[in-house]
Design a protein around this ligand. Sequence first.
Ligand code: DX5
Ligand code: ZN
Length: 228
Amino acid sequence: MIIAPSLLAADFTRLGKEAERAERAGADWLHLDIMDGQFVPNISFGPAVVAAVRPHAKKLFFDVHLMCGKPEILLEPFAQAGADQIIVHVELGEKVPQLLWKIRSLGKKVGLAVNPPTAITAVQPFLGQIDLLLVMTVNPGFGGQGFIHECLPKIQQAAAWRSGNKLSYRLEVDGGINNQTVAECARAGADTFVAGTALFSKRNMGAAVKQMRKMAHDNDPALADLKV
Ligand code: DX5
Ligand code: ZN
């Protein structure tokens, strides 16, 4: 079970220190939300900020979530800035095959995201080419939003396709994740959990990461089967 704090919820006056705090807290990944004000109604930060934060969290896997209308111009700059994985949205339509190929050719892990209103069947053609499937559990663009429970069946379907086709992509959820919703998502089959507000708002981030990981682990269906 992977815990990935989202830097969008961090103190923007000290992003390097906040990345260090996430690493000290025992997080596995750092989730970096890249918003361009066009694909989503908000602007966050770019490759220069990711490059500046990179040396502050050498052990963390950088999970770069591109919510951008023209990701094709951004893949190389984020790869050079220190991304370990780059996620693009399936809503980009006919651009998707080329984008997935390009990320792979840059030597990075390949992620594909799907928004709440989009049918989960939209990602089916690409499941054999990705390392991670991100099922958004809020409409992208802002942190601190409420979890959309209607997304849970999409997680279950994606988990069923994974086991049914002997695939190995990680199943990530993002948006409104806290200790209650992390349990619901784990039971549905998720294994990678992005959380902004629920982690960076905590003074004792280490305890918050530990608790969230325990909630995920205790609700892992694979473990539940072992207990029977
Ligand atoms: C939203 C982003 C999320 C967001 C999560 O578009 O993709 O990563 O930062 O923040 P919380 O956990 O506060 O909902
Ligand atoms: Zn995100």
